[in-house]
Design a protein around this ligand. Sequence first.
Ligand code: BES
Ligand code: MN
Ligand code: MN
Length: 455
Amino acid sequence: MMKNTNQYINSEKKRFLSELLELLKIPSVSADSKHDKDTRDCAKWVLKAMNNSGLKNTQLIETAGHPVVFGEFIIDSALPTVLVYGHYDVQPADPIELWNSPPFEPVIKDKVIYARGSADDKGQFYMHLKAIEAMIKTDELPCNVKVLIEGEEEVGSENLDLFIKNNRELLSNDVIIISDTHMIDNDTPSITSGLKGLAYMEVEITGPNRDLHSGTYGGSVANPINVLSKMIASLTDENNRITIPGFYDKVIEVSLEDRVEMGRAPFSEKEFKASIDISMEDGEKGYTTPERQGIRPTLDVNGIWGGYIGEGAKTVLPSKAYAKISMRLVPDQNSIEISELFQKHFESIAPKSVKVKVHTHHGGEPVVTNLNSKGYKAASLAMEKTFGKKPVPVRQGGSIPIVSLFEAELNTNCILIGFGLASDAIHSPNEHYGLFNFYKGIETIPYFFKYFCEL
Ligand code: BES
Ligand code: MN
Ligand code: MN
């Protein structure tokens, strides 16, 4: 007798895992040109994996950057089409000395896979390939499916923009499903109902035209690092509100009623603090930690440098100081507008004693999910089926810039059904992904297809 999808998944579990471990060995670090060949090798690996999973019309498509990988299984054009999106690129592994095992030599310890990309996003998009394989091989795929896995998410998906605009027909669909976010915990399934946008700036402050002796010149010439520190400090006030004029103008305030509803999602202040070893949380006055993370815009310095940072003490008044500053945005803020507001403000607060340059890096727009959409309902039913509990919607602080572009260009909803955990340490040393989560995802995804087609 032919197996059904569940039986197929159960009997192939071991192989699914060993394939994922192979994928995790490829250091596809998109930001680092030293890894360009590895990143391309990874795309080729994904292409082969799509073929092995039974997808047709598979293609490795060149872009101006790292290639995109596509595959599909079209049963009948009259049936709905689900588009799966994921990314095969990963964040750099450094600081490498803080890893307990090498980032690209996956190990399984206590039912958890440790490797760069295990949760973000290789372990998550691979669940979709395996779920699709199971449905195809058992003849239980209820509709058409397309799969798009890109290699530049971690560097802003800049080339994917053009790819989507030029390939609307190839990518046409009825719903887009993405597993690249996390749930509350393994007993509390949740669906990401919103992501933040991003405006990412880099600033350069120049004082004197060369480094100076800090005794001879100190106190008589503006020190760019002192100046930059004051400028940055002034970007937020004593209530941790951002001081850039106009910054909050377009923020849609979430109603008290909706905030009460959001507050139902379980959250332990105590566990949160313990998990990152802090004694006190901090953020915009008047909001809870989950609200600060999910529904309020934020500003953070990601890096700051300048002057002497070598061994010992060198007395120097540096010529330059730099910082990378990101702002996470909520509806209806727009990343271009916010970047411009930042630039104008930052230039205006610089004292005459220094020169200031402001550069805008890639950005992205915020998104919120319509909880009444067919896609959301199907995802909710699917999780309820496999977790035995109805998932709660949670707005999250991360960004996937391509989501808003997908929705605008392809005119469909993106459903963010991630199976990771906040504690997976994505982008950090010792990133990991639970076997429970990997298998639960594979088990849940076919139900999403089923319910989406039935609704
Ligand atoms: N998977 C993450 C986004 C994410 C993380 C969503 C946590 C929800 C919760 C994605 O790979 C990512 O890292 N995005 C970047 C943005 C990008 C432009 C570099 C981010 O959020 O910093
Ligand atoms: Mn990701
Ligand atoms: Mn990421």
